[in-house]
Ligand binder design. Sequence first.
Ligand code: DLL
Length: 446
Amino acid sequence: MTQSTVAAPSDAVLDREETISRDELEALQLTRLQHTVAYAYDRVPLYKRKFDAAGVHPTDLRELSDLGKFPFTTKEDLRLEYPFGMFAVPQHEVARVHASSGTTGRPTVVGYTKQDLADWAKLVARSFRAAGIRPGMKVHNAYGYGLFTGGLGAHAGAEALGCTVIPISGGQTERQIQLIQDFRPDAILATPTYLLTIADAMVQQGIDPASTSLKYAVLGAEPWTEEMRHELEVTMNIKACDIYGLSEVMGPGVAGEAVETQDGSHIWEDHFRPEIIDAFDPAIGVDSVLGDGEPGELVFTSLTKEALPIIRYRTKDLTWLLPGTARPAHRRMGRITGRSDDMISLRGVNLFPSQIEEIALRIPELSPHFRLELTRPAGQRMDELTVKIERRASVPAEASTSAAQTLREQIKIHVGSSCTVDVVEPGALERSNGKMRRIYDLRPKA
Ligand code: DLL
């Protein structure tokens, strides 16, 4: 396969693994994968049970494609082993834990050895460097600190890169704005919707968001679109790149986007082996692994993790794999369309919030502030979708009716669903503080 190569900016000093050939990378993956599978089998009872039940043994892994013979791991597996049953090292070797809240029941708990923390910091630093951040820059970290991996993960990565970190965490937007003005950071780390909240609040205070010292943003933890990138880059006069990750696999920095190409995040394949499977195949098996370019559910196997080796973890994130560009040996992921468990099924048509974001932001009268409400009117069997979206502050109220009609028509054309559009006053909808909730399911509980 021919791969286009785009040189990294010449001032960037890359890790050796970022520059190796695909063959060399795959050889490294195989060695690390064989080790990880044996290590997980020997040390984590759940993996031994699952491998034995599937009739596979670590010695069956002779080439990379043999990974397809091994069983998947799900969030449910991690929940059942709550809190520490998935750990492969004794507790005194676990240097830190994080947890993801989840919407129901117990959180999933993840752990890191000192070496895991060092690897994580290195990969976050690599992602930030790819996004344009350099040693010595001031970095404003607005990801939430605590059990969420965003805050501390980004913090350690920025420190490892040699930046000055401003650990503000999420929320307290007015204070964020004051510190951005006073400390004059070069880069900001936040969820895309929280950066939008900050930009919006600046405008409220009479500050032009394009006039700050910020030059780079590294955004992730939730789906966002090219349209949102354009919105944020223009409003704030910055370069915005994606960073992807999830707690069960590590945290932020599983993949990161290069500022010179802005064409999707490179998965750091020296530490993670990605696969794409058919998310909706009920009888999922070995032959469910899809080829590069085919859309499906992203699955990860860790290659170096000590405290929590993870084998074929089903992320529920829907995307596809693409050849590497700025880092040729490392494949990229397409933008996450959504999560398989965040999909709205409306009279047979499947729909994700990111599709609405994409369409709405192409209509000049409409802002990026929207929510989706699912209802089922009394006595009816059909669900209904209402898109509540703010008009832009610069647009007169009279423009709302025609903007609503345009959005309704565009959704019908591009998604295939009929819905109600309610264009509301600027500032009427709740703002994001981190991960934005887009879907409000108001249907009567069964
Ligand atoms: O959100 C880790 C993270 C923090 C990533 C900061 C990037 C920046 P979790 O809370 O476990 O971890 O949530 C993971 O968030 O499975 C995706 O559904 C979603 N997600 C994360 N990054 C992106 C992204 C962190 N760049 C879940 N684009 C994942 C789209 C993302 N979705």
